[in-house]
Design a protein around this ligand. Structure first.
Ligand code: ARG
Ligand code: ZN
Length: 862
């Protein structure tokens, strides 16, 4: 049952107000919904059809009178209704038995909800679609001792006690909202309170609720929230519209976090942090996710999506906003590098695989399968291109126009772009192709220097074999030209707009053959081919003033070396490594003080195996793995002195702070350690174990653990010691246990699958907790060389895990099934094993729709 964008019709009924009453009892929760409804006069009269799932219907009245209705498990139909009426339904739901973590469910410390995209129908009969917006009042009743905290969206209006030790609380949300933004919480939780005064002088009460005993892990998230509120005022003039802004952290959560109006619910992973339990990267991710959910209050909640095909309207835009916030707060250079690294590792493969879809999909079977890198991260790149084309001021004006036109509405991606066009005067007609086509365009550039006319001509050709036609994209291409000595040619920095399939751009007054720097700052999400010589790339790595393209030059150099080496290894030859690459790496290490430790750490991190695999026609994971690690080992041998020196010299003496300056030093120092461990001498093992034992922060402790976990030698007592000690030290900190699992599931050791299998029956593992599954199983699926083992053992294991989970939690199982996305890129032997595993999943009786859509597409159907 595929759903198509082209079939969209407006709702046949509207809901103006919603009054919900939840009575939380041991036999289940009774939900009484009173809906003020009216017929949509624009459509022909028709029966009312409501969505529902796993609801036990106890009663239904229309305007106070019992009324006939018909119901299937997922649809309730009422006929013969007046134009306006009050519908009251009473249902019982079973949150304790809800293992899907969609709708209302139980987690350790109480009850929580997740309604996006279609979880609200698991709570009550409703028009569960984002273009039906209503104002809500909610009353909760529960046992007072077990559930002292009762929360819902909006403002607290009243509360009191009831018989039998129960109590109640009533909340009212003054803003109209779609059902997917509904939330409630009932539990025993600690709270950290603070406040924020908006630019216009309104006071917003802030609260972060967490499991008892975790208050000391909340201050960072609170500070992040306050910084986000300030940033959105300064950058976009957007103020918080709420009196109360609450964040609740829950340990069992399918995704990262959820922007429910005034009552965000977060995965604990994106709230809890203390220097000894969270890494620098965790601290930064918390900043970004807290900001992301807060920014949704405007981009998502005040202006929401007309239908779920428009998901990127709010997600692409909000990711772009959280990226910009993160760049302003931390380090703009490395933020951009990491965004692109992530895009290439996850989105490019998605765009080339069976689940490829435009950022605005045209059809889906299960919308939960489309909360993807494409909708989120490529979606953010598309928004970034809009800003690149019309400038920061034009973009800000476009945002103002968007809210002026659409505040309070449920709209489409076209509406957003139209506001940008109106504010800037820019014609986005051709640009809309970015919303409509799957696949990553490839831009091939040729440079021609004419000494006679002193001109340099760049000829650009674009193609996207995944697109449904050959029409060209509008591609913003930032370029600059450098002389061979590395100096920027004055006046050569340009923003080219590619609009034709093949197009030339001429630079005048060029004295000698220049080195072109193309796609600066990664100005478009494309593959960029240019026939660079290693010498040209070395010039760019050393001198390009755009840090992204300096980094990119280094990645290109390393990519070529690793791919050549992989081919050599596959052919039974020994790879060789040019001295020039080692020299360039040495120079980076020597200039880290000027270039910044964070940048140098990024520049010396080789491209990942998943990213490299995309560049091979048939992936030989063993050869690729050996090649990449061969280069790492070669660098370690040649630069041992430099790595050791920096390791000693970069020690952070100050008290730990998750600042970008300290984080950069730690990143480079830990990178030095991991290179040194390639030599696997006793001294280095002991150095790593020593760092593991003496570190006063999780960044350094975990870096040592992860590096040791990778040691290949059959016997490595330091490795065993560190893993055992880490678990003993942190077994009661769930998020740290996730790190322990992940260090093992991502290990390059040949026995990793056996370890992962053993860990599935370890007390630390829990099939009911998504974070545990992601850390152990999904991370194993991303371990290119071990998951894609030639004997098919990795595939068979993953199939088993998916089948163990698909019923219990289809969303999480479906994400595991995505591990198979690139199975056709491997050799025939591996493909046969992968096909067998996929067919076994597909043919399983009663397979969840979520998993079925993914495996059907992987097998080439649908
Ligand atoms: N809107 C949430 C976020 O970005 C994600 C919720 C996704 N939930 C889901 N079940 N698919 O920020
Ligand atoms: Zn979001």
């Amino acid at each position: 049952q595929t759903i198509y964008l082209k079939d969209y019709t407006p709702p046949a009924y509207f809901i103006d107000t919603v009054d919900l009453d939840f009575s939380i009892e041991s036999a289940g929760t009774v939900v009484t919904a009173t809906l003020a409804m009216r017929r949509n006069p624009a459509l022909a009269a028709q029966p009312l059809m409501l969505d529902g799932e796993e609801l036990e219907t106890l009663d239904l009245t229309v305007d106070g009178k019992k009324t006939a209705f018909s119901a299937t498990p997922t649809r309730l139909t009422v006929d013969g209704l007046p134009d306006a009426f009050t519908l009251r339904t009473v249902v019982r739901i079973q949150p304790d038995g809800n293992t899907r973590l969609s709708g209302m469910y139980r987690s350790k410390d109480g009850y929580f909800t997740q309604c996006e995209a279609q979880g609200f129908r698991r709570i009550t009969w409703f028009l569960d679609r984002p273009d039906v917006m209503a104002t809500y009042t909610v009353t909760l009743h529960a046992d007072q001792a077990t559930y002292p905290v009762l929360l819902a969206n909006g403002n607290p209006v009243a509360s009191g006690e009831e018989a039998d030790g129960r109590h109640w609380a009533k909340w009212a949300d003054p803003f109209r909202k779609p059902a997917y933004l509904f939330a409630l919480v009932a539990g025993k939780l600690d709270v950290l309170r603070d406040s924020f005064r908006t630019a216009s002088g309104r006071d917003v009460q802030l609260a972060i609720y967490v499991e008892p005993g975790k208050l000391d892990q909340c201050p960072h998230a609170m500070a992040a929230l306050q910084k986000s509120m300030k940033w959105d005022e300064e950058r976009f003039g957007l103020e918080c519209d709420l009196d109360h802004y609450m964040i609740v952290a829950v340990g069992d959560f399918n995704m990262g976090a959820m922007e429910n109006k005034g009552l965000n619910i977060f995965n604990t992973k994106y709230v809890l942090a203390r220097p000894d339990v969270a890494t620098d990267v965790d601290f930064e991710n918390i900043d970004r996710v807290v900001a992301h959910e807060y920014f949704h209050n405007w981009t998502g909640n005040r202006v929401t999506c007309r239908d779920w095909f428009q998901l990127s309207l709010k997600e692409g835009l909000t990711v772009f906003r959280d990226q910009e916030f993160g760049a302003d707060l931390h380090n703009r250079q490395t933020a951009r590098i990491r965004e692109v690294r992530g895009l290439r590792a996850a989105q490019f493969p998605e765009d080339a695989g069976p689940m490829a879809h435009p950022i605005r999909p045209e059809s889906f079977v299960e919308i939960n399968n489309f909360y993807t890198a494409t909708v989120y991260e490529k979606g953010a790149e598309v928004i970034r291109m809009i800003q690149t084309l019309i400038g920061r001021d034009g973009f800000s004006a476009g945002m103002d126009e968007y809210f002026r036109r659409h505040d309070g509405q449920a709209v489409t991606c076209e509406d957003f772009v139209a506001a940008m066009a109106a504010a800037s005067g820019f014609d986005f007609t051709q640009f809309m192709r970015w919303y409509k086509q799957p696949g990553t365009p490839r831009v091939t550039v040729d440079g021609f220097f004419d000494a006679e006319t002193k001109t340099y001509t760049l000829t650009c050709t674009q193609a996207n074999p995944r697109a449904s036609d050959d029409a060209p994209y509008l591609i913003p291409l930032r370029v600059a030209l450098f002389a061979e000595d590395g100096s920027l040619l004055p006046g050569s920095e340009r923003l080219l707009q590619l609009t034709a399939t093949t197009q030339s751009f001429v630079f005048e007054g060029i004295a000698g053959e220049p080195v072109p720097s193309l796609l600066r700052d990664f100005s478009a999400p494309v593959y960029l081919d240019f026939d660079y010589t290693p010498e040209q790339l070395t010039v760019l790595l050393a001198h390009e003033s755009d840090p992204f393209n300096a980094w990119e030059a280094g990645q290109r150099l390393a990519t070529q070396l690793i791919l050549d080496a992989a081919a050599a290894i596959a052919a039974g030859r020994t790879p060789t490594w040019p001295a020039s690459f080692v020299d360039a790496a040495r120079k980076l290490l020597q200039t880290q003080a000027q270039r910044g430790a964070a940048f140098v750490a990024e520049a010396l991190t080789l491209p990942g195996e998943t990213t490299l695999a995309e560049l091979m026609s048939v992936v030989d994971p063993d050869a690729l793995h050996a090649a990449r690690n061969g280069l790492r080992r070669h660098l370690a041998e040649q630069l041992e002195g430099e790595f050791s020196g920096l390791y000693a010299g970069l020690t952070v003496q100050e008290a730990y702070a998750p600042s970008s300056e300290q984080a950069g030093r730690r990143a480079l120092r830990n990178l030095c350690l991991s290179y040194l461990l390639e030599l696997d001498t006793l001294a280095v093992r002991q150095l790593a174990l020593q760092q593991f034992r003496t570190a006063d922060n999780m960044t350094d402790q975990f870096a040592a653990l992860a590096a040791l976990a990778n040691v290949n030698a059959a016997a490595c007592p330091q490795r065993e010691q560190a893993l055992a000690d880490f678990y003993a030290q942190w077994k009661d900190e769930a998020l740290v246990v996730d790190k322990w699992l992940q260090a093992q599931s991502t290990s390059r050791r040949p026995d990793t699958l056996a370890t992962v299998k053993a860990l599935t029956s370890h007390p630390a593992f829990d099939l009911g907790n998504p974070n545990k599954i992601y850390a152990l199983i999904r991370a194993f699926g991303a371990n290119l060389v071990r998951f894609n083992a030639a004997d098919g053992s990795g595939y068979a294991f993953m199939a088993e895990q998916i089948l163990a989970l698909h019923d219990r939690n289809p969303q999480v199982a479906s994400r595991l099934a995505r591990s198979f996305d690139r199975w056709t890129k491997f050799d025939a032997g591996r493909q046969a094993h992968a096909r067998a595993a996929l067919e076994r999943i597909r043919d399983h009786a009663g397979l969840s729709r979520d998993v079925l859509e993914v495996v059907t597409r992987a097998l080439g159907g649908g």
